[in-house]
Design a protein around this ligand. Structure first.
Ligand SMILES: Nc1ncnc2c1ncn2[C@@H]1O[C@H](COP(=O)(O)OP(=O)(O)OP(=O)(O)O)[C@@H](O)[C@H]1O
Ligand SMILES: [Mg+2]
Length: 615
């Protein structure tokens, strides 16, 4: 069972310096543009201060002294300021957005590259929604959140510096009152930070559930329709959406009081200034112009600060996303090439399993000490009860999972000492549930060997018995097959997968025969394709067909994670009470129930499908 691990990691919001430190290498290549964008924000912010300062001269000269002087130019200057500010603003928004979007794109590339290195185990336990959330959405939240807020913060920093300068110029006492009220916000900001930290993992988990649900709806729409599950699915989705709604409201309830609180604090600041300012004017310490200019710059300073509460919340969310993003980038997959690993080209002697123990979950071994020597060029058929460990056994050869103890070796070298890409280059696999990519048949086949020539592709198509089918398609090999190959039949899908494996021409072939309900004719065609794939290779085949089993050099009966029996068909059939003979007899009985005259087909009949095993 997959479970949601979105909140399986302890999240600690990074500090601003941590985040900047981690982001710096990503920003570095674009630092010149970022710097230009930033440079434009400096005059942009500082112009606010200029306007506030004008007011002092205006009030003192025009309002109080009734002399126009150069103040007559003020209207024109205001318009010019607005024009300059507009132009600078546009330039800085463009540059900053460019840098921000570029960093986000780079980050997504990095994350995707990393995702491709993850062990299959990761995908066993993480839902698709969780993966999309962590590898895509978080990158947006992280970089956009940080960059937008950093930009806002920096613009306001310059504006703040300009305005604080004007405040100080007009009256240092009032400036002191205006700024000191913000001490009142330190504690509330800490509370908000803690709340965000607590609620965010739940929001992430809920958001990823939604993506998973959409993916499931796309993949399982036939099952939904067949079982009339529309209402059931709808209720499930509704519950997830409601949960997300409740969590979002919880977040708003517990954090968004910060902005109104800022309004109150700002009001306290203004009240304090007006109260003390009255005294100063009455005593003649400051002029009316000073006071008007002071109040104007104070209001300009406070207006953005009032909305800073929301920015603070966004920045905390961005920090948490950054934390999650870097946890992924720092994650070291356990299945990777060892530093001392060597490359191999082909198999010369054998593939061997040496007392292999494997478990998906702690202390629940699926393979319990399996030993097997497979000489190069031979065919091994794996049979046994469902859940007995056959797929698991073959999954160890390309290192989808690593053994718990014991070893798998090729020509005497532990596969963990072989370069991973070179190991996988030696193996062609046709899975039990084959995966086809969205795209054309050609694209799906060529995935087996991206450098293959047209002739090789044609040969693979022929070997997989796809020629006839492809000739019926208007676009031939370039026909599109829909997501996961939905427009193909079961047998066609299998043969495309076989063509892909044929094209790879790898020395080791692994076949996990699908038991999907193919009719006898398609079974026979698939069987022929499989035989082509097996020619001259070292083959591990999980077999359900009598013909495959009979022709194998050796049959392994794998029951409950141990080799119950092994040998050729002729040897094993002689052992009256043996596991294989029991399976065979059950099949024989099964066959007798088939209509007479089916003898020709017997070799292709599924062998172990309708048997109920003792587990
Ligand atoms: N990814 C996984 N995570 C956890 N347990 C798994 C996983 N894959 C398989 N198992 C368990 O391991 C055991 C062996 O499974 P495996 O797929 O190897 O069986 P099998 O012999 O191939 O069966 P079948 O003939 O039905 O395909 C089963 O009990 C199964 O539930
Ligand atoms: Mg299997």
């Amino acid at each position: 069972m997959k479970k949601n691990h979105a909140n399986d990691l302890e999240l600690n919001p990074s500090t601003f310096t941590d985040a900047v430190k981690r982001f710096w290498p990503m920003l570095k290549p674009y630092s010149l543009r970022a710097l230009c964008g930033l440079a434009l924000t400096a005059p942009l912010g500082a112009l606010d201060g200029g306007i506030a300062l004008f007011l002092k001269y205006y009030v003192d000269n025009v309002v109080v002294a009734k002399s126009a002087g150069w103040a007559q130019y003020i209207p024109a200057i205001i318009v010019c300021y607005a024009l300059i500010q507009g132009a600078l603003n546009y330039g800085s928004v463009y540059l900053n957005s460019w840098v921000g979007t570029k960093i986000t794109t780079d980050l997504k590339e990095k994350l995707y590259k990393k995702l491709l290195t993850f062990d299959p185990q990761y995908f066993d336990v993480h839902n698709s929604g969780d993966v999309v959330y962590r590898f895509y959405s978080d990158a947006d939240t992280a970089s956009n959140g940080l960059i937008n807020n950093a930009k806002l913060f920096l613009t306001r920093t310059f504006s703040t510096i300009g305005l604080v300068f004007v405040l100080l110029y007009n009256s240092w006492q009032l400036a002191f009152i205006a700024v000191s009220v913000f001490v009142l916000l330190v504690w509330p900001m800490q509370i908000v930070r803690k709340k965000i930290k607590k609620i965010t993992p739940k929001l992430v988990s809920s958001g990823s559930n939604i993506i998973t649900s959409y993916n499931e709806t796309c993949g399982g729409y036939k099952t939904i329709a067949a079982y009339n599950l529309q209402d059931y699915q709808f209720q499930k989705q509704r519950a997830i959406l409601n949960n997300l709604f409740n969590l979002s409201m919880k977040m708003v309830k517990h954090t968004n009081w910060l902005s109104p609180l800022m309004h109150v604090v700002v009001a306290l600041g203004v009240a304090g200034v007006v109260w003390y300012g009255n005294n100063l004017i009455i005593k003649g310490t400051i002029t009316s112009g000073n006071f008007a200019s002071f109040i104007a710059s104070l209001l300009m300073l406070y207006t953005p600060l009032k909305s800073m509460g929301n920015n603070y919340i966004d920045i905390q969310k961005a920090f948490l996303a950054i934390e999650r993003v870097f946890q992924i980038l720092d994650f070291k997959p356990s299945i990777k090439s060892a530093a001392h690993s060597s490359k191999i080209s082909g198999v010369k002697k054998n593939v061997s399993f040496d007392n292999v123990v494997f478990e998906y979950r702690e202390n629940m071994p699926v393979l319990k000490g399996v030993s097997l020597n497979v000489p190069v060029g031979s065919t091994i058929a794996l049979v046994g009860n469902s859940g007995g460990g056959k797929t698991t056994f073959v999954n160890l050869i390309p290192r989808f999972y690593d053994v718990k103890s014991g070893s798998v070796k090729i020509d005497g070298t532990d596969i963990r000492d072989i370069d991973l890409a070179s190991l996988r280059q030696q193996i062609a696999i046709v899975f039990q549930d084959n995966f086809l990519f969205t795209g054309s048949i050609r694209e799906n086949i060529i995935a087996g060997n991206p450098g293959a020539s047209e002739r090789n592709i044609k040969e693979a198509v022929k070997g997989a018995h796809l020629e006839h089918f492809i000739s019926t398609l208007k676009e031939g090999l370039d026909a599109h097959i829909g997501e996961r190959g939905v427009t193909l039949s079961g047998g066609q899908k299998q043969r495309v997968a076989i063509a892909r494996a044929l094209l790879k021409a790898a020395p080791i072939v692994i076949l996990d025969e699908a038991t999907s309900a193919l009719d006898n004719k398609s079974e026979a065609i698939v069987q022929k394709a499989v035989e082509n794939l097996m020619k001259g290779r070292t083959v591990f085949i999980i077999a359900h067909r009598l013909s495959t089993v009979q022709n194998a050099d050796r049959i392994i009966v794998l029951n409950e994670g141990v080799i119950a029996e092994s040998g050729s068909h002729d040897d094993l059939i002689k052992n009256g009470n043996g596991a294989y003979k029991t399976l065979y007899n059950a099949q024989f009985k099964n066959k007798k129930t088939q209509s007479s005259g089916a003898a020709k087909m017997e070799a292709d009949l599924p062998l172990f499908e309708e048997i109920i095993y003792e587990e």
